[in-house]
Write a protein that binds this ligand. Structure first.
Ligand SMILES: C[S@@+](CC[C@H](N)C(=O)[O-])C[C@H]1O[C@@H](n2cnc3c(N)ncnc32)[C@H](O)[C@@H]1O
Length: 234
């Protein structure tokens, strides 16, 4: 069972609302100027398809891949014009490659081993002919937001979460309980110098730019703290 299966319904209703609203402006700036209407976009870790739905409504052809069948079932409802495939970001490649690719809402932080992250970045690059955009969280976000407990209430349903970031191992865990079901979301905080090295030296992107979500991309609120977007051009 994938870690988002038990959490999919709640995620779909509530979890990403603020993030997705702000993401549109980021993609307008970093991704869409490099694409033409009708171009294909690969959405790695597409979740419940909210990003695919927005891109598809704006005239792009989206293929989403995710390891969670429950998230993919919701994605097929949210973005009926897109294609969704169950797969692992570390090994999945799209043939022929899409023109652009994305991995949003710190999807790549969910990959816990640096060797696996490198595989996922290579797989994404092999599946993309022009541009990739993805975000990762910096340590400040884990220190501030991944240490403690809280509740989120939505539509009468209460979601309780308890999280901890271990500075030594760089691993952050969040135990989420909702509607009698529980799951643990686990992420790894990566050193951006390592990510830069993979993108520039191992993959060989011509241009790799890093943007601070809050200072450089106009994102606001907790969701923007420590959020870094990569824009990689071939
Ligand atoms: C925080 S959600 C983001 C979903 C979506 N990108 C969005 O912006 O709403 C992270 C997603 O990544 C998926 N995921 C995590 N690790 C994965 C892997 N190795 N391969 C494929 N999907 C993965 C999860 O199932 C989940 O749907």
């Amino acid at each position: 069972m994938a870690q988002y299966d038990a959490f999919a319904e709640f995620y779909n209703r509530d979890w990403g609302v603020e993030y997705h609203a702000q993401l549109e402006g980021v993609l307008d700036r970093l991704l869409l100027p490099h694409l033409s209407l009708g171009d294909s976009i690969l959405d790695v870790g597409c979740g419940s398809g909210q990003v695919a739905a927005r891109l598809s409504s704006r005239g792009f052809r989206v293929t989403g891949v995710d390891e969670s069948e429950a998230m993919l079932s919701l994605a097929r409802v949210n973005a009926p014009g897109s294609t969704f495939i169950e797969g692992d970001a570390r090994t999945f490649t799209l043939e022929p490659p899409a023109v652009g690719s994305i991995a949003t809402f710190e999807t790549l932080n969910h990959i816990l081993d640096p060797v696996d992250l490198e595989s996922a970045l290579i797989a994404m690059a092999e599946s993309t002919s022009r541009i990739s955009v993805f975000d990762l969280l910096a340590e400040v976000a884990y220190n501030v937001f991944w240490n403690g407990t809280g509740t989120v209430e939505q539509g009468g349903e209460v979601c309780e979460f308890e999280s901890h970031f271990d500075v030594e191992s760089r691993i952050a865990r969040c135990r989420v309980s909702v509607g009698g079901r529980a799951t643990t979301i686990t992420e790894r905080c990566y050193d951006f110098h390592f990510v830069d090295w993979v993108l520039r030296d191992q993959i060989g992107y011509k241009h790799v730019h890093r943007f601070d979500g809050m200072r450089e991309l106009g994102m606001r609120g907790d969701i923007a703290v420590g959020r870094v977007f990569y824009q990689c051009l071939k």
